[in-house]
Design a binder for this molecule. Structure first.
Ligand code: ADP
Ligand code: TYD
Length: 211
């Protein structure tokens, strides 16, 4: 837990799974019930981390080595935690983040065959520099082909990862499901339904956690 009396929720899943849509709908539903909610995202969520977001998501796909990328995402997360997440949880707010450390475990931990144990590096740096996990992680699960076509339809300047194609997305999906099987904080939600149907499951899971 990240401290304080609030609840810390993350959304995870492959690109195009519907995380941003569901994070927004959950924030609206909880606010309608009178809860104070901070809706945030990674990379980003604080001024410094948004600056780092531009460095990691824009430009040449080979701009950073995998190791440098792990450092940049973790640096962004540390600033997000210090400036946004911890203060909100201390106030008793619900914090909803669109991605957190599980994204680094997947995207930086498994994606490139460098020979180095990147996943071990991610976990080591996480335990030294971040040291907290969400109270609840909602994995919006969708097949790679659907996710990829949704993400491509929406593509803008932040292309470095979205160019990676559906084979990599399929590996990523499997990796997320393995994490979900490993850590009890996860709930897997079937994302291949209407936004409203997905949102109903997301809200029911969250209310059960808040109760
Ligand atoms: P993510 O944050 O996981 O990348 P988004 O919430 O941005 O996903 O959704 C990606 C695209 O798919 C957006 O254009 C969004 O409007 C659309 N979308 C989101 N949820 C659904 C859904 N349940 N069914 C169909 N399209 C969806
Ligand atoms: P995001 O804006 O959530 O993209 P999307 O809406 O397409 O899911 O995240 C941007 C990209 O950043 C996404 O492709 C995943 C990548 N990413 C990492 O590689 N590592 C990380 O630690 C995080 C938080 C994101």
């Amino acid at each position: 837990m990240a401290g304080g009396s609030g609840l810390f929720i993350s959304f995870e899943g492959i690109d195009g799974s519907g995380k941003s849509t569901q994070a927004r709908l959950l924030a609206e539903a909880l606010r309608a019930k009178g809860r104070s909610v901070v809706l945030t995202r990674e990379p980003g969520g604080s001024a410094g981390a948004e600056d780092i977001r531009r460095l990691v998501l824009e430009g040449d796909p080979d701009r950073w080595s995998p190791e440098t990328e792990i450092l940049l995402f973790t640096a962004a997360r540390r600033d997000h935690l210090e400036k946004t997440i911890r203060p909100a949880l201390s106030r008793g707010d619900v914090v909803i983040t669109d991605r957190f450390a599980d994204s680094t475990r997947m995207y930086q931990g498994i994606r490139r065959g460098t020979g180095a144990d990147l996943r071990a590096m991610v976990d080591d740096l996480h335990s030294r520099m971040i040291g907290v996990e969400p109270d609840l992680t909602l994995l919006i699960d969708i097949d790679a082909t659907t996710g990829h076509s949704r993400a491509v339809a929406r593509a803008g300047a932040e292309q470095r990862f979205e160019d990676m194609g559906s084979a990599m997305q399929a590996r990523m999906r499997e990796g997320f499901l393995q994490l979900a099987a490993q850590f009890p904080r996860f709930t897997v939600i079937d994302g291949a339904r209407s936004p409203e149907a997905v949102a109903a499951d997301v809200l029911a899971t969250t209310l059960a956690k808040l109760a």
